[in-house]
Design a protein around this ligand. Structure first.
Ligand SMILES: [Zn+2]
Length: 138
């Protein structure tokens, strides 16, 4: 990617502090969620690491995730203005990550609800994955 957004996000202190996550942020600019997976034990993991947390192998690679998952647990922060919803989402590929549920009516957020990754630009300028509740028969 050679556009100015990449240049911009590399000045983002967070992205700059973790250069090993550069591919993740580049993919997020394309609305793609990447996971790290291991070429030795073939298990994906979250958060992205250079050494596999399952077997200790340094042979980790980026793989494109489906962006599909289910709510494992959640908490509504009503005292914030505006209120927001924190959740653990279990990805279809296996790993669980902490995120915010957005663009979803509050009553639709429940354990085991189907969710899909959606990308929004933060105040710092980088695009980040969040999740929204979707109707999916699976
Ligand atoms: Zn491994």
């Amino acid at each position: 990617m050679s556009d100015t957004r990449l240049q911009d996000h590399l000045t983002d202190p967070f992205a700059k502090a973790y250069p090993e996550t550069r591919e993740f942020w580049e993919a997020a600019e394309r609305d793609e969620l990447l996971l790290k997976s291991c070429e030795d034990c073939h298990q994906p993991h979250w958060y992205p690491r250079v050494v596999c947390p399952h077997c200790g192998s340094p042979a980790t690679i980026w793989v494109k995730a489906s962006g599909r998952g289910t709510v494992y647990s959640y908490s509504r922060v009503e005292r914030a203005d505006p209120p927001y919803t924190l959740a653990y989402v279990r990805l279809e590929e296996g790993p669980t990550l902490i995120t915010n549920i957005i663009d979803s009516d509050w009553p639709s957020v429940r354990i085991d609800a189907s969710v899909q990754a959606v990308f929004r630009r933060t105040q710092e300028g980088r695009k980040m994955p969040f999740f929204k509740v979707v109707d999916r028969a699976d």
